[in-house]
Design a protein around this ligand. Structure first.
Ligand SMILES: [Zn+2]
Ligand SMILES: [Zn+2]
Length: 100
C-alpha cells in the first residue's frame, strides 16, 4: 500500500505534537489571580489582576481618592472627576456667578 506518504505521516505527527504543545502552552500560560480566583492567560491577567485586581485590598489603597473642591464630590475616577468636577463643576459655575 502506497497510502502513507511522507507528508501524510508528517502531518499526523505534527498534529499530535501541536496538540500536546498547545495543551502544555495553555497550562503554562494560564495563571490564577490570588485575589478573585479568576483563571486566565498571563498577558491579560497581569493587566487587570494580581496587583491590579479590584479584589486586591492594596489596589484600593493605590487609588487616589479625588475630592472636588467646589462641591465636595468624591471619586477615584480621574476621568469622571475631570469631566464633571474641578474646572467643570456646576458648583464652581454657580460660585463664580454669585461673586460677579
Ligand atoms: Zn483578580
Ligand atoms: Zn464638583
Amino acid at each position: 500500500m502506497f497510502g502513507k506518504s511522507a507528508w501524510n505521516l508528517g502531518l499526523e505527527w505534527s498534529d499530535e505534537v501541536v496538540d500536546k504543545f498547545k495543551k502544555s502552552w495553555e497550562n503554562r500560560e494560564k495563571v490564577k489571580c490570588p485575589h478573585c480566583n479568576k483563571i486566565g492567560h498571563q498577558n491579560g491577567m497581569t493587566h487587570y489582576h494580581f496587583d491590579n485586581c479590584k479584589e486586591n485590598p492594596m489596589y484600593v489603597l493605590k487609588l487616589e481618592l479625588l475630592v472636588c473642591p467646589h462641591c465636595g464630590f468624591k471619586s477615584t475616577s480621574r476621568v469622571c472627576m475631570k469631566r464633571w468636577h474641578f474646572d467643570n463643576c456646576k458648583n464652581k459655575m454657580n460660585n463664580s456667578e454669585n461673586k460677579l
